[in-house]
Design a protein around this ligand. Structure first.
Ligand SMILES: Cc1cc2nc3c(=O)[nH]c(=O)nc-3n(C[C@H](O)[C@H](O)[C@H](O)COP(=O)(O)OP(=O)(O)OC[C@H]3O[C@@H](n4cnc5c(N)ncnc54)[C@H](O)[C@@H]3O)c2cc1C
Length: 467
């Protein structure tokens, strides 16, 4: 069996899953990282919420590093869509519709700080070597010359600038949202009293006008259930209030005031929230883009980008870490097939192209779709599922459509295309409903109109779907 000498820069989820996967294939792997396992636990915030769907968790199972099964299994998504925010006191804007989609298999959002801590131990126990310290360009060149292949899995860190943005594949020139993340406790995990019928459900609040907010059931590094909240503000919008917040408790205060003003239907749920830990928050922005996967160092040696270093996505669709796993699955499989040990630039480019064509393109396209105004086809799909309850045993057509909608988060090859083509969307709904797309569309529209009218008169939208 071929045993290659592999170097990886970075011990985030990308560097460690790749490193452990390559050790399992019999290679000699070293990870060079700025953060020791202990540093991950004590010195840094989580890189992101990193909710991972079932297809990604399969990779952790295959590698035997699935230490957190059953901790906080997420079995659905409750989405509330409101087209326009209004700053009139007490009238934030009418909630147009809800979607309550169930996952066929649970997702998990495990604190990446805990994972890097634990996986670094797994990596070393299986024979991997870890070298702690930040690597600069000169150091990287030396490492690359000493190894058969070197991967840069440094997240969004400075060293990733080595890799040029791929202008042909990328569609945005800059970040599309201003982000804030906060991890909170002292908040109910069970939201059934709010009408959300999932054991642990993701809650999405969309304002077409201002941006998005999502809350994810989360397993904290210190070993308890809590929530990770993300705010996705369009610049200058009513969500864009975090600029002056300089500490976790200030971010939490702003988060509560944004909920009170914009999502009053969820305010009671969050009002007593506390910060989980001093480092459990983040602010910033992500430029969604592809990089050229290969960079040449001064010596002429080529290195390959992996994970966020290769392809960054806005967090809106929870795709970043999932996308990294999808790339790593292709890498591991191509490594296995590469019995000749050809780690040339051509091999690196071909491997990245394979990932792009198989799943990367649709992952990015789906995620970017969520950053843009709702397409006509998307509207049709949301209207048609209206009435989904998320309840166990709900086998209505609306529920099947809602379930298929959220399943696309786990496999964006499913229906990403359908979001962009109204004829396809209609055909898809016809297929789900045995030819009843027209009737379903009409009944969805009528139910939504009724809910709007009730809100105009200051009444609750309806007994449904929050019954
Ligand atoms: C607000 C927010 C919410 C998110 N939510 C989700 C979600 O729900 N689902 C999802 O799938 N994704 C989500 N993501 C994305 C996800 O968190 C990231 O894709 C993932 O954590 C990136 O992992 P990584 O290993 O590529 O990089 P990182 O976790 O950034 O790891 C980088 C590693 O490189 C090391 N390093 C950097 N520079 C150097 C250097 N010069 N020398 C040595 N070491 C170096 C660091 O020390 C670290 O070990 C979210 C992101 C954000 C910002």
């Amino acid at each position: 069996m071929l045993m290659s000498k592999v170097a990886i820069i970075g011990s985030g989820v990308s560097g460690l899953t790749l490193g452990i996967g390559l050790i399992e294939q019999g290679h000699d792997v070293s990870i060079f990282t700025g953060l020791s396992g202990k540093d991950w636990m004590t010195k840094v915030p989580p890189t992101g919420t990193a909710c991972r769907f079932a297809g990604s968790l399969d990779l952790e199972n295959e590698l035997g590093i699935n230490h957190w099964d059953g901790t906080t299994p997420i079995n659905g998504v409750h989405l509330t869509f409101s087209p326009k925010y209004s700053s009139k006191p007490g009238k934030p804007g009418r909630q147009l519709l809800d979607l309550m989609g169930r996952f066929s298999r649970p997702a998990l959002a495990i604190d990446v700080r805990l994972q890097s801590y634990r996986w670094e131990k797994d990596f070393e126990e299986r024979g991997g070597k870890t070298v702690i310290g930040n690597v600069d360009l000169e150091g990287l060149d030396k490492i690359a010359q000493e190894h058969d292949i070197t991967f840069v899995a440094a997240g969004k860190a400075e060293i990733g600038k080595l890799f040029d943005v791929d202008e042909e594949r990328s569609i945005y020139a800059k970040p599309q949202r201003k982000l804030a993340l906060i991890t909170i406790k002292n908040v109910d995990m069970d939201r059934s009293k709010d009408g959300i019928h999932f054991t642990h459900g993701i809650k999405f609040n969309f304002y077409g006008s201002d941006g998005e907010q999502f809350s994810v059931p989360y397993w904290h590094k210190d070993g308890y259930q809590c929530w990770s909240l993300v705010f996705e503000a369009k610049e200058g919008s009513a969500i864009d209030k975090f600029d002056n917040a300089k500490t976790g408790s200030e971010v939490l205060d702003v988060a509560k005031s944004v909920f009170k003003e914009m999502y009053p239907w969820d305010y009671n749920w969050i009002k007593n929230a506390e910060l989980t830990d001093e480092k459990g928050w983040l602010k910033g922005a992500v430029h969604p883009c592809y990089k050229k996967p290969v960079a040449k160092l001064p010596s002429g040696t080529a290195v390959m980008a992996v994970g966020d270093t290769a392809n960054t996505l806005d967090p809106i669709g929870g795709q970043g870490a999932n996308n990294n796993y999808r790339q790593i699955k292709v890498l591991l499989s191509e490594f296995k097939n590469n019995t000749a040990g050809d780690y040339s630039e051509a091999w690196m480019n071909a491997t990245f192209d394979k990932y792009f064509n198989e799943i990367g393109y649709n992952t990015n396209r789906f995620n970017n779709t969520l950053l843009e105004p709702l397409t006509k086809a998307g509207q049709r799909m949301l209207i048609s599922q209206y009435g989904s309850t998320g309840k166990e045993g709900d086998d209505s057509i609306q529920q099947m459509i809602a379930d298929a909608f959220v399943e696309n988060f786990d496999n964006p090859n499913n229906i990403t295309d359908t979001f962009h083509d109204d004829a396809k969307a209609k055909a898809w709904i016809n297929k789900q409903s045995g030819g009843r797309a027209g009737a379903i569309d009409l009944s969805g529209k009528l139910a939504i109109a009724k809910g709007q009218l009730r809100q105009v008169f200051g009444m609750p939208r309806s007994a449904h779907p929050l019954a």
